[in-house]
Design a protein. Structure first.
Lengths: 239, 73
């Protein structure tokens, strides 16, 4: 029997108004101990279709349970056997409990930022050189973009913390820079009672930066704060 | 007209294309990976390509929405 997994959660003993899951399947609870459980659906076949309907069904199940408690959402498309699921939970039990404690009472807000780079130079220089030099120039630009992205990431994090302060329990920031534009994304874990204050502070903060376009979305279940791979990696000194 | 803009997507997020893309982006690209692999079948398209398409669409749609908003201001 294969199970489609929506999330790991704590404190859920029964489901009241949980919507139908992927492919219209009912959602069930798999209990691991007195507090820890998973929301799953039994898969009728080995695989299922990647459709907008199924992706939204996944989100609706996770969202509905988030109204009761803060879960660790599984990535869309997670299909395992019951043995694999039980094995995963038993081998990661401590990390799962720590992660659930970390997100407890929280929700995720997402900020996307688009900044045009004024006076960005195009690759005119590359047009009059040989392929080897052009390759090296492109590599140099790539390195400079990476360095600029790292600097931007630091500045952005500092600016967001300056404006949002203690509302941020945790954050993840990614920056992608090209020659003409910087795309950044910040995911914030905040207390669910702070959503309105977060929106107000973000709206005020964005007025200080007319050079950046902002999009703020949420609240979301804590998709960006659910994975425990980093804790595993950090034991080996890998970040 | 300022080139500054913002979209605060709040309780009404279900009604916008942008919010649909945001939802798909969260569901496809984030979340706990339980088994170290994800089992998905959709013809010959795997999750990496689906995710990439969503990401590209997110940026393009976001820029288009912002352009439209600027044009109406």
């Amino acid at each position: 029997m294969r199970l489609y997994v929506y999330c790991l959660t704590e404190g859920i003993k029964r489901l009241d108004k949980t919507p139908r899951g992927v492919s219209g399947a009912p959602v069930q609870i798999v209990e691991f101990d007195e507090d820890l459980s998973a929301l799953v659906s039994v898969c009728r076949s080995d695989a299922f279709q990647v459709t907008r309907k199924n992706a939204l069904a996944h989100h609706e199940v996770v969202r509905s349970i988030t109204e009761q408690t803060t879960p660790l959402p599984a990535r869309f498309g997670t299909v395992v056997t019951i043995e694999q699921l039980r094995n995963y939970v038993s081998t990661h039990h401590q990390a799962i409990k720590a992660k659930l404690a970390h997100v407890r009472g929280g929700i995720e807000m997402t900020v996307r930022m688009i900044q045009s780079i004024a006076g960005a130079e195009t690759s005119e220089l590359s047009k009059n050189v040989g392929p080897g030099t052009a390759f090296l120039l492109e590599k140099r630009r790539e390195i400079l973009r990476d360095e600029a992205g790292a600097v931007q990431k630091g500045h952005l994090s500092a600016w967001l913390r300056e404006n949002l302060g203690e509302l941020i329990k945790d954050e993840k920031i990614s920056v992608t820079a090209s020659e003409t534009v910087v795309l950044a994304r910040a995911d914030h874990l905040i207390e669910r009672v702070d959503v309105q204050e977060y929106r107000t502070k973000m709206a005020k903060a964005t007025q200080e930066r007319p050079d950046i376009r902002f999009m703020v979305s949420g609240p979301w279940p804590p998709y960006s704060f659910a994975n425990i791979e980093l804790e595993f990696s950090s034991q080996f000194g890998v970040s | 007209m300022s080139d500054f803009d913002q979209i605060i997507v709040g309780e009404e997020w279900e009604n916008t294309d942008l919010s649909l893309l945001e939802t798909l982006d969260h569901v496809l690209n984030r979340g706990l990976v339980i088994a170290g692999e994800i089992t998905i079948a959709v013809a010959d398209i795997d999750l990496i390509f689906v995710g990439l398409n969503v990401m590209v669409s997110s940026v393009e749609t976001a820029q288009e929405v912002l352009r439209r908003r600027e044009a109406t201001e």
